[in-house]
Design a protein around this ligand. Structure first.
Ligand code: SF4
Ligand code: SF4
Length: 499
């Protein structure tokens, strides 16, 4: 890092055909004060493989977000046919062929744990690729900047326009930009509510004023947050609001790949004239193209900074320059701290992907995925719960028989109605009565398709068997058609000795 201190002042021309960008990092630690007014950042459009990757990822991410609610999935008659649906009204979550009940919320927990572990793994390997490519804040901000560029031009034009006094030209550009931003924000809020009801019905109801109040409320909230976060707050969300930059430092190590300025190759930096030797100097011509391209307004050459979202646009910007000055690409590149240190000591570089933390995250991901897969494959379509009456705990009839009341809750997750048989595993003297059952079929329970149904049940123990305070009971329901069973444990209270 000693080399950095000896850098010469930038000149208007960094090399033949390469102008110095009028770009000072606005977000550098030295310029950042607690109550410092935000300086606008005007990221310059760059071209290159990382920019292309970001465009592709943006199209895919936005395409999935906006179109997924319209994808249909046939689940049979009576069941919703929307592929991804969070059905609060009926307490169901549908994800293609998976249908989760409230009792199976652990799958959602598992999914969140899996997502966190994946994020840990990817961060340990490649630094902040989530922030740079996949985070919704990045994706929408990128889209909003593209719209801004469309109406106001690239960096220099935008800077000039902002300094200009108000005119018709400036007004229509600004108004058009904000109008398109609002349309995108409204589409974002609109798409969000489509995930909670049938998308086609919601669309129709929404525009005819028939949708639920909550739909309009969430539409308004999402529209407002998209417009402000991606349109006006931008990098401030990442720098001041998001906890992830603080956390991710603990997930990386010296061997994590990160977007880095290769100080060992770039310094001492300075303008370069055609024909001049590159001997004794670095490859950085101090053109500041990397600073001009940075959407976070930082200078990657100052080393690792909290603001850097790892978007790699500075790599594209610098590679373009390296081609112009006929030097190898990769002055800014994905590299590791360890390799930079090793090269500065004259040692060979080495990449070590299989490190203990990477192996640990991968093993945890495999374990959680395996458990979830096992759970899904062996997922039962029949579940049973029982709740004993508490008030009173038991009733003693005139002949000394003790009776307990229960509510048996049967979950039929299948797409067809079922007729089930309920039986008991307990003291053979115990008698069971299903309220509402016929004499011909006293243990028969009819449960409609995809439904939770409650049944009232009384258990009775004759006086000669009442010789202990309680008795363990197991309720078993069996589907005679499929042989599938479900059971639940309960307790029968006699009051004996504890009355
Ligand atoms: S790192 Fe590359 S883009 Fe940045 S100033 Fe140096 S030469 Fe220019
Ligand atoms: S320094 Fe480079 S990688 Fe980091 S945010 Fe700026 S452009 Fe993206």
């Amino acid at each position: 890092m000693e080399l950095i201190k000896n850098r010469p002042a930038p000149k208007a021309k960094a090399a033949d055909g390469v102008a110095v960008h009028d770009a000072e990092p606005v977000n550098s630690p030295e310029r950042r004060e607690l109550y410092h007014k935000r300086e606008p950042i005007y990221p310059k459009l760059v071209h290159g493989k990382f920019r292309s990757a970001k465009w592709i990822f943006m199209i895919l991410a936005l395409g999935v977000y906006y179109l997924l609610p319209f994808v249909r999935w046939d689940r049979g008659p009576g069941a919703p046919d929307q592929a991804v649906l969070v059905d609060f009204a009926n307490a169901r979550f549908y994800f293609f062929f998976i249908e989760l009940w409230p009792q199976e919320v652990f799958y959602i927990t598992g999914l969140l744990i899996l997502a966190a572990l994946l994020l840990f793994l990817v961060t340990a390997l490649f630094g902040r690729v989530w922030c740079g490519y996949a985070c919704p804040q990045t994706v929408w901000t990128d889209l909003f900047i593209a719209v801004e560029r469309l109406f106001e031009g690239d960096r220099n034009k935008r800077m000039r326009l902002d300094k200009q006094p108000w005119s018709f030209d400036k007004a229509w550009r600004k108004i058009s930009k904000h109008a398109v931003w609002l349309v995108i924000a409204a589409a974002t809020g609109g798409a969000w509510i489509l995930y909670f009801h049938d998308a086609f019905a919601v669309l129709e109801n929404f525009f005819t004023g028939q949708a639920a109040l909550t739909s309009y409320l969430f539409f308004a909230i999402l529209t407002f947050t998209t417009y402000t976060l991606a349109g006006t707050m931008r990098e401030q969300v990442c720098t001041y609001m998001c906890p992830w930059p603080r956390i991710q430092a603990g997930l990386t190590d010296q061997q994590s790949l990160n977007v880095m300025y290769r100080v060992d190759r770039g310094e001492p930096r300075g303008a370069h004239k055609k024909g001049e030797s590159w001997e004794g100097r670095g490859d950085c011509i101090d053109c500041k193209a990397c600073v001009a391209a940075c959407p976070m307004g930082i200078d990657i050459r100052e080393g690792a900074q909290l603001e850097c979202i790892g978007c790699a646009l500075c790599i594209d910007a610098c590679d373009e320059i390296m081609v112009k000055v006929n030097r190898p690409k990769g002055l800014i590149a994905y590299d590791t701290d360890l390799n930079i240190e090793r090269r500065m000591k004259g040692e060979k570089t080495q990449f070590n992907l299989l490190r203990p933390r990477v192996i640990l995250y991968a093993a945890l991901i495999a374990a959680v995925s395996g458990l979830m897969l096992f759970g899904l494959i062996n997922r039962s379509e029949l579940e049973l719960n029982s709740y004993r009456d508490r008030n009173p705990n038991f009733v003693t009839l005139s002949d000394g028989t003790v009776r307990n009341g229960y509510t048996l809750t049967v979950l039929n997750k299948a797409g067809e109605p079922r007729t089930l048989d309920v039986s008991l595993q307990t003291d053979p003297m115990m008698r069971m009565r299903v309220i509402g059952a016929t004499e011909a079929a006293p243990t028969r329970l009819a449960v409609p398709a995809d439904t939770t149904q409650d049944f009232r049940i009384f258990l009775s123990l004759p006086p000669e068997a009442v010789d202990r305070a309680s008795e363990d009971v197991t309720f078993v329901v069996t589907d005679p058609a499929t042989g599938e069973t479900a059971r639940t444990e309960a307790v029968f209270i006699t009051g004996e000795g504890g009355r």
